[in-house]
Write a protein that binds this ligand. Structure first.
Ligand code: BT5
Length: 313
């Protein structure tokens, strides 16, 4: 949303305000005011008008403008009802030089997980990718994945779903040893070793979707299934972005907070890494995100891989 439209919206939310008053306040023509009001109505804002002027009656349920409205984080939000993959779109935007942009979709038709796996993304989810350009070496990028999982777990807890994190990037709801997958995160990046050029953190939250519509082998769950009611996706998305914004400024704290939510620490794990399988007890997570596994013989730090929680011996 452009700057002037933001200001029109802010003025309307403090309204009623008349067209001429608005034009004067924002130093634009009356017809420009009219165009902004119409564009906002088209985006789903309910703008009442009576003798006293215009006022904001209701905010749209979901969408780019809806999420940007009142968002306490410096992201522009590009919304799609349906798109193949928000990460793929964010890569195109990165190639075009963009930054601090969020691509958000109601549905993805070609959602991707790690290692080219599929990410099922029916309508009703929160499928988004955050594109940013932090001044950090590439090796620190895993800290942003952990930051995203902390933000997602916290946002889920704020709506009443007791989420935990399985190293490195799965946000799960656990009960009686049963782990149900709520969120998946896919981080992509490009740059030189000493400085990332861009990082894209893709976050897929099963918000208001029926777990029956998701691949059963992943034992999926959703916010609505856990709560018995749909969540307000606009507010949830805003909190997710605001929490991520705080954590990305302070990756060391993000890693510390990750430990608080971790379900992996203290468990026996089996991690499939690009260099082979590591099995043992997960004893620590080190900045920027490596998992320390005590195999009995030695302590090994793994920085990437698929992690399974094993039953205690
Ligand atoms: C992930 O991969 O968990 C990362 C998923 C990232 C998705 C987001 S959505 C927005 C952005 N745009 C994209 O295209 N991607 C990102 P991984 O750890 O590889 O897990 C993939 C596995 O999870 C699949 O093989 C399935 O078994 C399972 N799965 C697929 N869809 C699921 C869902 N909606 N909920 C739970 N599990 C799912």
């Amino acid at each position: 949303m452009n700057e002037t439209r933001h200001r029109v919206l802010d003025a309307l939310s403090d309204g009623p305000v008349s067209g001429p008053e608005l034009a004067e306040e924002l130093d634009i023509s009356r017809s420009a005011v009219w165009k902004h009001v119409e564009a906002l109505r088209e985006a789903g804002f309910d703008i009442a008008s009576d003798d006293a002027g215009y006022s904001l009656a209701a905010v749209p349920e979901f969408g780019g403008e809806a999420v940007e409205y009142g968002l306490d984080a410096p992201f522009e939000v590009e919304y799609h009802d349906s798109i193949p993959s928000t990460n793929a779109r964010a890569r195109d935007l990165a190639a075009a030089g963009a930054e601090d942009v969020v691509v958000l979709a109601d549905e993805q038709t070609g959602g991707r997980g790690r290692l080219d796996r599929e990410w099922s993304s029916p309508s009703g989810g929160v499928w988004l990718s955050i594109l940013f350009r932090p001044d950090v070496p590439m090796a620190q990028a895993p800290a942003f994945t952990l930051a995203a999982s902390v933000a997602a777990a916290r946002a889920a807890r704020e709506v009443g779903v007791d989420a935990g994190i399985k190293w490195p990037n799965d946000v799960l709801v656990e009960s009686d040893g049963d782990e149900r997958k709520l969120v998946g995160i896919l981080t992509e990046m490009e740059g030189e070793a000493d400085r990332a050029s861009w990082i894209i953190v893709g976050i897929g939250v099963n918000a208001n979707v029926d777990p029956e519509d998701l691949p059963a082998e992943a034992n999926p769950t959703s916010l609505s299934a856990e709560l018995g009611d749909p969540v307000d996706r606009r507010v949830f998305t805003q909190r997710l972005l605001e929490l991520f914004e705080e954590l990305r400024r302070d990756p060391e704290t993000a890693v510390a907070e990750w430990r608080e939510y971790a379900t992996t620490l203290g468990k026996r794990v089996r991690v499939e890494t690009p260099d082979g399988v590591v099995e043992g007890e997960a004893v620590a997570v080190e900045f920027p995100g490596g998992l320390v596994v005590d195999t009995g013989d030695e302590r090994v730090t793994v920085s990437a891989g698929d992690c399974d929680h094993l039953r205690p011996l």
